[in-house]
Ligand binder design. Structure first.
Ligand SMILES: *[C@@H]1O[C@H](CO)[C@@H](O)[C@H](O)[C@H]1NC(C)=O
Ligand SMILES: *[C@@H]1O[C@H](CO)[C@@H](O)[C@H](O)[C@H]1NC(C)=O
Ligand SMILES: *[C@@H]1O[C@H](CO)[C@@H](O)[C@H](O)[C@H]1NC(C)=O
Length: 315
């Protein structure tokens, strides 16, 4: 009799548990498991490797930034005062003589091409001066000196009106599964200048446009204090003018931003930065589709930005 009761209970538990498990964890059951491969050879020309000898004498200013969590998954941080005015001036100064037309790649670096319809900017891979090494060190520190993570050589990007922009794209080009678990794990996009330092914008007019749009990113706060940093629905977004203009990327951003819980345009507030993780930490090597973003058209003046990408193990 007792044995019979146990059997009935067990059957009942199994009957209820199985569908519950399926409902709770379908993605866990079906997610592919990433096959990890040993680290490929480091390309020293593209990475800002630490140098114990050179870094020994490096004297860097204390970090002066403030971090606000914008989203949890993907992790997106808004970083106020990531760069000082001295650092911004230095970046503009060392980039100006070495800008080249920016290129795009379809397969993660194997082939590059120029297509101004997709990307119209100038890029400078800046020399590793002491100030630049301090910025690299700050980016490492922000990421907790994570294992198997290397900072890529810093790239300054300059966008001129009326065509400077970078259409929607991901910063990663292949899933972690396709690379054996290695890729561009994070992005730190810093707004360096709006024409205050770099006077190459026509007639030194103030910057208009040039925000960075993430139409798929969840928005977790409707608090008006964010309106210093992001475009809010009640106006043209803080730096004036008719931002939509004829920019198809911006029309798409505006359409999604009308849904208050999804989509954001970060305004180009100089000195500040946006940090995000490109890959899911769930052992699948999958990237986050929410990181799809565009550098909106510069409608007036000039915008200078800094890309600090990190390469390494995707989880
Ligand atoms: C540039 O990209 C656009 C948009 O994808 C495409 O229509 C055009 O053919 C490309 N131009 C060249 C030269 O590849
Ligand atoms: C902004 O520009 C677009 C396209 O030129 C136009 O359709 C729209 O009415 C303008 N909006 C404002 C508020 O001026
Ligand atoms: C608004 O965003 C929510 C959350 O991401 C999404 O489920 C919904 O489909 C979106 N609605 C529209 C009209 O885009």
């Amino acid at each position: 009799m007792f044995g019979y009761a146990v059997l009935v209970c067990l059957a009942a538990v199994l009957f209820w548990l199985d569908p519950i498990l399926k409902a709770v964890a379908p993605s866990l059951q079906e997610a592919p498991v990433l096959r990890k491969t040993p680290r490929p050879a480091i390309n020293e020309a593209l990475l800002a490797l630490e140098d114990p000898v050179a870094d020994e004498d490096l004297v860097c200013p204390d970090d002066a930034y403030t971090v606000h969590i914008f989203n949890k998954a993907p992790l997106v941080l808004y970083v106020e005062n990531f760069l000082s005015l001295t650092e911004r001036r230095h970046l503009v100064e060392i980039s100006t003589p070495i800008y080249e037309a920016a290129t795009i790649t379809h397969d993660g670096g194997g082939s590059v091409e120029r297509n101004a319809t997709i990307r119209d900017s100038e890029v400078a891979v800046v020399p590793r001066t002491d100030i630049v090494r301090c910025i690299e060190a700050r980016a490492r520190r922000l990421q907790g000196w994570r294992d198997d993570l290397w900072i890529e050589r810093l790239r300054v990007q300059r966008y001129h009106s009326p065509s400077g922009h970078y259409s929607y794209h991901y910063d990663w080009s292949r899933s972690g599964a396709a690379t054996g678990g290695w890729g561009r794990v994070s992005s730190l996009m810093v707004f360096v200048d709006d024409g205050e330092v770099d006077k190459s914008g026509s007639e030194n007019v103030p910057l208009k446009g040039g925000g960075t749009a993430f139409p798929r990113l969840p928005r977790r706060s409707s608090d008006a204090r964010w309106c210093k940093f992001i475009r809010c629905s009640d106006g043209n977004g803080g730096n004036g003018g008719n931002e939509s203009g004829a920019d198809p990327d911006d029309l798409q951003a505006s359409a999604s931003a009308s849904n208050s819980s999804t989509g954001v345009v970060f305004q180009p507030v100089v000195g500040n930065a946006v940090f995000w993780e490109n890959f899911r930490p769930d052992g699948t090597g999958r990237a986050y589709e929410e990181t799809w973003h565009a550098g909106l058209r510069v409608l007036q003046g000039v915008k200078v930005g800094l890309n600090i990408w990190s390469w390494g193990r995707v989880d």
